[in-house]
Design a protein around this ligand. Structure first.
Ligand code: GTB
Length: 219
């Protein structure tokens, strides 16, 4: 059995426990493979201090420590979990390569404009051009979601059985729910709902929500 990992997460998540921060992906992957883990909570200030930057060059969460191994970037972390524990990647080499390709597609082709939307909504709030730019970014997201929707069709998962590719893709797509875009694509909305219904997702969600609730109770 591999060493019990420690991940980092927000001490006070700005999403108020909605499961949108990226530690959620890592928690979910660990739950899917049945790997117990520890969590170290960090403040925004702590993330920028040298001790945390030694783990994460960009001063962000999540990080992942397992014995001598230190990782950052959710794609790399989830891949490592899937590569070292059974359950999240197929054994057959071609199917495995396709699942890994979908992980990259989710992170580089689909997530890009979804992250851009977050800049529009938060960092660029109040700018005179915010509405115009939001409409442009919405259209870019729609283009990708439309293409993905076509490819998924009425399949349950991207390529056969549920895999790390679906875990990453659903984590990316669910971030569009608040904008209303996800509901424009009923098969993608159903895909995300299927992913969220998985017991491992539910356990991960409850764990990160408990952090938020504890922070509220502490005042
Ligand atoms: N590409 C990296 C990865 O996938 O690991 C991105 C990591 C990242 O963006 N981490 C964010 C962070 O540490 C937290 S998840 N931000 C602090 C900083 O950069 O100083 C992004 C996030 C934050 C908040 C919400 N929210 O409130 O809804 C959602 C997502």
């Amino acid at each position: 059995m591999p060493t019990r990992p420690t991940i980092t997460a927000f001490k006070a998540s700005p999403d108020r426990g909605q499961g949108l921060a990226r530690d959620m992906r890592v928690r979910w992957a660990l739950e899917e493979v049945g790997q117990p883990y520890d969590v170290r909570l960090v403040t925004f200030a702590e993330m920028k201090e040298p001790a945390h930057r030694a783990l994460h060059p960009f001063g962000q969460i999540p990080t992942y420590e397992e014995g001598d191994l230190v990782l950052f970037e959710t794609g790399g972390i989830v891949f490592h979990i899937a590569d070292t524990r059974p359950g999240l990647l197929p054994d057959e080499p071609n199917a495995r390569a396709r699942a890994i390709t979908w992980m990259f597609a989710a992170l580089s082709t689909v997530e890009q404009s979804i992250v851009e939307l977050q800049f529009v909504m938060f960092a660029e709030r109040g700018k005179s051009w915010q509405d115009e730019r939001r409409a442009m970014v919405h259209d870019r997201i729609r283009a990708r979601m439309g293409e993905l929707s076509q490819r998924l069709g009425d399949a349950d998962w991207l390529d056969g059985a549920f895999s790390a590719a679906d875990l990453i893709m659903a984590s990316v797509l669910l971030r569009t729910r608040g904008s209303g875009l996800l509901d424009e694509y009923p098969n993608l909305a159903a895909y995300v709902a299927r992913a969220e219904a998985r017991p491992a997702y539910q356990r991960a969600f409850a764990e990160q929500l408990a952090v938020f609730e504890a922070s509220q109770a502490a005042g």
